[in-house]
Write a protein that binds this ligand. Structure first.
Ligand code: KG4
Ligand code: ZN
Length: 336
């Protein structure tokens, strides 16, 4: 209990995530999601997300305190996602964090959402090896990062030139008539299909960069389904799902291991919502074993957006003596 208690607030998309962390110990991780309000639109509606954050903020913080068995006055620091994300959604979290920090008289830490996706792994697997390679794959980003130190600056080694991996899952799910967000539904459907049934294209597979491209794949799947239906054939949803998923995870794991090799790094971390994918986890493990690379993937609940990840990074910043943010920090939707 002599380590500082950090409150983490995450509102970059449609999840109001509140986390309470002491050192590397997770005390509470409470998430209120507005995903059902967005489902009928087939994507997140920013205005709806902002309003939902505003309504969920105070009750979700109180639920987290109750769960952790602590009081407001026990909080030693407040961390919040300052960006990147939806501007209006971020603003709600940043404003709330400033109010809590000011009211409690504790320091405020504005953090980068991607760095928080990396830091969360420490809650489950202990201190991250330095350096490590992190692959972040979610609905908003697909990036390979060199992580010299969780509390330090991350270097981008490559990222998607068009759609994010999760975005491709969501769009292909829509083509297959599966609900939003589509990733978990494709994952489930793929279990009864064959990943080699259809040879879908693997964008940028051999281009020598650490960048990704998923929009050609998404279009290829849509064209394939349309053509089959036009010819009067039935489409096997499990086979299309499995073959599409195989194309995505083949490229992701190939490039992640290339990054490890190029930089002589033996530790790979995978995070973000798509890291919950069962086939990605299995293939990454297989290829890491072959390459002699140690793999770390947080449990699925810590891969998707949550407040624990923000509290985890905040805790790291407090412990390493990083300077707090000013109470005037902006929400920065395009933070690199
Ligand atoms: O990290 P996250 O919760 O939010 C963003 O920052 O975007 O990621 C959400 C994304 C969605 O595109 C969702 O379809 C995808 O992660 N996702 C999955 C799985 N679970 C969530 N994609 C593939 N397989 C899954 N099991
Ligand atoms: Zn995220």
């Amino acid at each position: 209990t002599d380590q500082p208690l950090v409150l983490g607030i995450e509102t970059s998309c449609d999840e109001t995530g509140i986390g309470l962390v002491r050192g590397h110990t997770l005390l509470a991780d409470t998430v209120a999601s507005s995903v059902e309000e967005h489902a009928r639109f087939g994507g997140v509606v920013p205005e709806v997300a902002s309003r939902a954050h505003l309504e969920a903020m105070a009750p979700t913080v109180e639920r987290a305190l109750e769960k952790a068995g602590v009081r407001f006055s026990d909080i030693d620091a407040v961390a919040v996602t300052a960006g990147p994300g939806l501007a209006g959604a971020l603003l709600v979290g940043v404003a709330a964090a400033k109010a809590y920090a000011l009211g409690l008289g504790v320091p405020l830490y504005g953090v980068n959402h991607l760095a928080a996706h990396v830091a969360v792994d420490q809650l489950e697997h202990g201190p991250l090896p330095k350096p490590c390679i992190a692959m972040l794959v979610s609905g908003g980003h697909s990036s390979l990062l060199l992580v010299p130190d969780v509390a330090g600056d991350l270097t981008s080694l490559g990222s998607t030139v068009d759609d994010a991996a999760g975005e491709a899952f969501d769009k292909v799910a829509r083509v297959l008539g599966l609900p939003f967000p589509g990733g978990p539904h494709i994952d489930r459907a793929a279990r009864s299909g064959s990943g080699t049934a259809i040879a879908f294209p693997r964008g940028k597979y051999d281009d020598g960069t650490l960048d990704f491209s998923f929009s050609g794949l998404k279009t290829a799947v849509a064209r394939w389904v349309e053509a089959r239906e036009r010819e009067g054939h039935t489409v096997s949803v499990p086979d299309v799902a499995a073959s599409f998923q195989e194309a995505v995870v083949d490229v992701l794991t190939r490039k992640a291991l290339q990054a490890c090799r190029h930089h002589g790094v033996k530790d790979l971390l995978i995070g973000g919502g798509v890291a919950a994918n069962s086939r990605l986890r299995a293939l990454a493990q297989e290829r890491c074993d072959t390459a002699g690379v140690r793999l770390r993937v947080p449990r699925p609940g810590l891969c998707t957006d949550n407040g624990a990840m923000v509290a985890a990074l905040g805790s790291e910043l407090v412990t390493t003596g990083a300077p707090p943010s000013s109470l005037t920090i902006p929400a920065d939707s395009s933070l690199p």
